[in-house]
Design a protein around this ligand. Structure first.
Ligand SMILES: Cc1cc2nc3c(=O)[nH]c(=O)nc-3n(C[C@H](O)[C@H](O)[C@H](O)COP(=O)(O)OP(=O)(O)OC[C@H]3O[C@@H](n4cnc5c(N)ncnc54)[C@H](O)[C@@H]3O)c2cc1C
Length: 379
């Protein structure tokens, strides 16, 4: 098959790898607008289950990915200067650039051509020149926009603002830190992803953002302001910018996932709020599902794409529903700031509906006992 992939992110490269592994005769080209060493973003996280899926799909890249991993099993919630740890949540982090380099190398070894610094804007002629065109070009996908009549996307720009930093302060575990004042609530989502660096995403609602007057602030002043807000958490370390800017989360859904020989994958197809740490995981598991569909329906592109959508849609819907609950929680974080730290931690852990009281009790009985105690004292 002649396959063209737009976008050399995790979804596009991983799909190319799995297809080429399945049949070395496939001719696969990836078009990527950035260079191979451009660093965008800090760390990405995977759950234990995702890692098992990656091992089954491609042992070689799994071995490389897990070699440099920082693993943890706790979620920490920091509120009113008190840290509550909840154990039994297995996650690992890796630098996004390290993950991309591993996948680039794997593509190179398998003979997949990646055309770097090649931005694709004209798609109609490309679709005619291949058996399959994959739109793995991220949240602002050109493929999705060009064929919006076919995909019928549903896009929702959310009200909260967020900004992606790194820091050399090491957060051992997924740490959710709240700093609130009279008219402001800032939340930080942080976790270490190598031995020296953590991701540090700051999120706030529009009221907080307007009150702080970020619209009039330079990037440098914004960073300084947030360093002051989180001074107690950063332990004297600076926030590290990678062209970091405030953005609004874009929730992406598509009524149709494919048409003729064109299919969307990863963030181009769907997004899930970063608070459940699953963008990269979903992108790579999409790639696994699509490659699997071609294994089952090798003779017919249309059948394979149908199968992909049929198998994967319910899983994505579930994930997006959980992520939406989590996103709404953070959009309304101010309504929870009156809670005691242990109560806030409990509400946070159960916010997406995926973890209930019994699951929490199994994972961390001490935490649940502390929560029950706090509720009993209050009532
Ligand atoms: C800049 C950026 C930084 C991020 N940082 C983090 C992070 O630190 N931690 C985290 O957990 N998640 C991060 N994410 C989100 C997470 O990485 C995504 O959910 C995940 O990468 C989705 O994978 P993907 O392959 O679908 O899309 P992406 O990783 O976005 O890859 C899409 C690729 O397509 C390329 N592209 C786009 N349009 C074109 C075009 N017209 N022609 C050619 N190439 C094109 C882009 O350059 C990009 O490399 C980040 C996303 C972005 C875009």
């Amino acid at each position: 098959m002649k396959i063209k992939v737009i976008g050399g992110g995790p979804a596009g490269m991983y799909f190319a790898i799995l297809m080429k592994k399945a049949d070395a005769a496939h001719e696969i080209i990836i078009y990527e607008r950035n260079g191979p060493d451009d660093t965008f973003g800090w760390g990405v996280v995977f759950s234990g289950r995702t890692l098992r899926n990656l091992r089954e799909a491609d042992e070689e890249s799994h071995a490389e990915i897990t070699r440099d991993f920082e693993a943890w099993d706790n979620v920490d919630v920091v509120h009113r200067d008190q840290k509550i740890s909840i154990h039994g949540n297995s996650f690992s982090g890796i630098a996004r650039i390290r993950l991309l380099k591993i996948l680039q190398k794997r593509c190179e070894d398998l003979g997949i051509e990646i055309k770097f610094r090649t931005e694709v804007n004209e798609l109609r002629s490309l679709t005619e020149d291949c058996d399959l065109l994959v739109g793995a070009d991220g949240v602002n996908s050109t493929v999705r926009q060009t064929f919006s009549g076919e995909f019928n996307p549903d896009l929702s720009t959310r009200p909260n603002k967020y900004i992606w930093y790194g820091t050399n302060q090491l957060f051992h575990g997924l740490t959710l830190t709240f700093r609130d004042g009279d008219a402001s609530v800032f939340a930080a989502h942080s976790y270490k992803f190598d031995t020296t660096t953590s991701t540090f995403i700051v999120e706030c609602d529009p009221r907080t953002w307007t009150n702080a007057q970020f619209a009039q602030m330079s990037n440098e002043d914004t960073r300084g302001y947030l360093e002051k807000v989180f001074a107690a958490d950063l332990g004297g370390h600076r926030l590290l910018s990678n062209n970091s800017k405030w953005i609004n989360f874009l929730l992406v859904r598509n009524a149709n996932w494919h048409f003729q020989n064109v299919v969307l994958l990863g963030d181009a197809l769907h997004t899930a709020h970063f608070s459940i740490g699953s963008g990269t995981k979903l992108a790579m598991e999409d790639a696994i599902a699509l490659a699997e569909s071609f294994k089952r329906r090798p003779a017919n592109v249309s059948d394979a794409l149908d199968l992909f959508e049929r198998k994967r849609r319910a899983i994505i819907d579930d994930y997006q529903a959980a992520a939406a609950e989590s996103m709404l929680w953070f959009e309304n974080a101010k309504d929870y700031m009156h809670l005691e730290p242990v109560e806030l931690a409990y509400v946070l852990m159960t916010r997406s509906g995926r973890i209930d009281f019994e699951t929490l009790r199994r994972r961390d009985p001490n935490f649940v006992a502390a929560y029950e105690n706090a509720v009993r004292v209050e009532s």
